[in-house]
Design a protein around this ligand. Structure first.
Ligand code: ADP
Ligand code: MG
Ligand code: ZN
Length: 647
């Protein structure tokens, strides 16, 4: 019986849910609510209209005026009430009937026209009643009012859309922070969910301890850091780790991203900061997490354009709030950035974000652990060996590994298998690294030959130059933007690179270019990315790492803190002469690498041909097969990693 009721309450719930999600912006749910409110207004008004206008027409029988005239003549009518054009006729028998007269003509006149005599008329009483004013107005004005009303509602609706942001400004000022309730078991993240990051977790354990039991620290007079800055490349788990801290400590977690502070209206960012801190203090102990703080925390006074003032105010407000903390307030601010180099020094001074926790890209062991974390709930085939996957994914971030696992599962599901196999994961590595295969990208015979030689050129150099990373796989199946690719794997996970490695890397990058030029006496657009990458590397060697003898041990790179029209502009703090020196050094490095590459390719022409031929035939060569080609040409493959590769 009450099922319709339940349904409607369900509906309300859904609408409420939607509005809660509304921190994405005014669009979407508000359009729905506008339409709903307009519809409701329409329904209410039309109901009112029909109610009022319908009231006069009682259930009484309606008779034509001619019949009424006849009845009057026969003397059975007792009285008539005239209400506008409507006639309520009461008979001597007690019956009531209604009728209608012509508009603008008096009833008596009408009846006389129907040959009712004056005497007969005198016998009945005729009451003329004013129409009730409401119904009168409604009846007469509704046809005019309704369209006008609609036009107004329409205009109002449209104008709200247009200046949505303006109206939004009235409603916010409140922080847009999302709060994660410590008691919400479903979204709770703990240190267990964060693999690797051992040092970072150790650092943060102290914070967890404080949040769990602040008294211990306060009693002994210890001051707990107010701000913790998590630094690390994108996807290395900064956000995850911050949430884990709150999960471990069981405190409320308010998260807002730096860019959410900076919206269209000046002053809003600052007031949001105030609000956020107030909110957090109310819920103390709590963690405030400002994600991507570099959006507001860039070096001040180092930019052009309007957005800057707003940023400064927001940043100032953050600093003021942090300074205003009482030591016993039990609110800790965490922030994350992948650009610590552009942060304002004021943020980093003691008493603010003085604790800095660095997250690195995971090494081999950590990668394996992360894979294990994300393999929960994924049924694996027997052959899955996460160690091998971890080993083949140097440079992958936690987020990449997560997406690798996911891609693997998707591949298995697409092929209607119930378990994820090793082969799925291996294919996913390349997909995550280079984008999906473009099988539809069909090469002409000539293109295929050029691509094969291009990639073979890279491969020959990677195998023969002593400091280059060995080849793992070569393919001429297009992927993402690349027409073909050579996967290389470092012999070990190393954090540091040497000048010799850089030089060999540049030469390997030029392998495709050199080969195309040498063999086809022509160039395609294929090597353009190779050239970009290697030139940038050469430039970094000169300006960042002090690897040029001409310029010597100087870092000439600007801090990159300036923003002009939304783009970073390098600040040049050196003279024209130095700039010219840099250019000539970069081109020298490139030239020498080119010579080296050319020499190796020419001397190993038969190897190059063999690899290219095999590529044209098979499109993909895996490491094992590649190494047999090397051995056949009298070259010892570079030492393998300690773990055997299995595919
Ligand atoms: P960011 O450093 O860019 O804030 P996130 O914390 O958002 O990176 O990480 C994105 C996703 O990558 C996480 O949701 C998680 O699934 C995965 N991830 C990153 N690092 C780790 C890690 N150390 N352990 C487990 N998963 C991780
Ligand atoms: Mg993040
Ligand atoms: Zn190339």
């Amino acid at each position: 019986m009450n099922s319709p009721n339940q349904k409607s309450s369900e509906k309300t719930k859904i609408i409420i849910k939607k509005t809660n999600k509304g921190d994405k912006g005014p669009e979407g749910n508000s359009i729905v609510s506008y339409i709903v409110s307009v519809l409701i207004m329409f329904i209410v008004l039309s109901a009112l209209y029909s109610f009022v206008s319908g009231k006069t027409e009682k259930k009484a029988e309606n008779i034509p005026i001619s019949e009424l005239a006849a009845d009057i003549k026969s003397g059975v009518v007792k009285n008539i009430i005239v209400k506008g054009d409507v006639l309520l006729v009461e008979y001597t028998s007690g019956d009531e009937k209604t009728s209608k007269k012509e508009t603008d003509v008096a009833l008596s006149q009408t009846l006389v026209n129907y040959s009712v005599t004056k005497e007969q008329l005198a016998l009945i009483s005729i009451n003329i009643k004013e129409e009730s004013s409401l119904s009168y107005w409604l009846m007469n004005l509704a046809p005019i009012i309704f369209p006008i009303l609609f036009i107004f509602v329409f205009i109002w609706f449209i104008s709200r859309q247009v200046k949505g942001a303006g109206i939004q400004a009235l409603t916010f000022g409140q922080s847009k922070a999302r709060m994660i309730d410590p008691n919400d078991k479903n979204s709770r993240v703990t240190f267990k969910d964060v693999a690797g990051c051992k040092e970072a977790k150790e650092e943060l354990a102290e914070i967890v301890d404080f949040l769990r039991n602040p008294k211990k620290f306060l009693d002994i007079g210890a001051r707990i850091p107010k701000g913790i800055l998590l630094m690390g490349p994108p996807g290395s788990g900064k956000t995850l780790l911050a949430r884990a801290v709150s999960g471990e400590a069981g405190v409320a977690f308010f998260s807002i991203s730096g860019s959410e502070f900076v919206e269209m209206f000046v002053g809003v960012g600052a007031s949001r900061v105030r609000d956020l801190f107030l909110l957090a203090k109310k819920n103390a102990p709590a963690i405030i997490f400002v994600d991507e703080i570099d959006a507001v925390g860039r070096i001040r006074g180092a930019g052009l354009g309007g957005g800057n003032d707003e940023r400064e105010q927001t940043l100032n407000q953050i600093l003021v709030e942090m300074d205003g903390f009482e030591p016993n307030e039990k609110v800790i601010v965490m922030a994350a950035t992948n650009r610590p180099d552009v942060l304002d020094p004021a943020l980093l001074r003691p008493g603010r974000f003085d604790r800095r926790v660095t997250l690195d890209l995971p090494d081999r062991k950590d990668r394996e652990d992360i894979l294990i974390v994300h393999s929960k709930e994924k049924p694996f085939a027997e052959d899955v060996n996460l160690k091998v996957i971890a080993e083949r994914t140097p440079g992958f971030s936690g987020a990449d590994l997560y997406s690798l696992m996911n891609e693997g599962a998707i591949l298995a599901a697409r092929e209607n298998r119930t378990t994820v196999a090793q082969y799925d994961l291996i294919r996913s590595i390349e997909k995550v690294m280079l984008g999906p295969e473009r099988k539809s990208h069909i090469l002409s015979k000539k293109e295929k030959e050029i691509t094969a030689y291009h990639e073979a050129g890279h491969a020959v150099l990677a195998s023969l130059l002593p400091y280059a990373d060995p080849v793992h796989k070569i393919s001429i199946i297009a992927r993402g933007h690349a027409a073909g690719y050579v996967l290389k794997l470092p012999l070990e996970d190393s954090r540091m690179q040497s000048k010799k490695e850089f030089l060999d890397d540049i030469a390997v990058s030029l392998g495709g270019y050199v080969t195309e030029k040498l063999l086809f006496d022509d160039l395609t657009t294929g090597p353009s990315n190779d050239l970009q990458v290697s030139t940038a590397l050469a430039r970094d060697m000169v300006t960042k790492y002090g690897m040029s003898d001409v310029l010597g041990p100087v870092a000439l790179e600007g801090q990159g803190g300036k923003v002009l029209f939304g783009r970073g502009v390098e600040e040049k703090e050196f003279s024209q002469k130095v700039a010219a020196d840099i250019d000539s050094e970069v081109s020298r490095i490139m030239r020498e690498a080119h010579e080296k590459a050319k020499k190796v390719i020419t001397e190993n022409r038969s190897l190059l041909d063999a690899i290219a031929k095999r590529l044209i035939e098979k499109e993909t060569i895996e490491r094992m097969e590649f190494e047999t080609i090397l051995v056949a040409h009298g070259i010892t493959p570079k030492q393998k990693l300690d773990i055997e590769h299995q595919v």
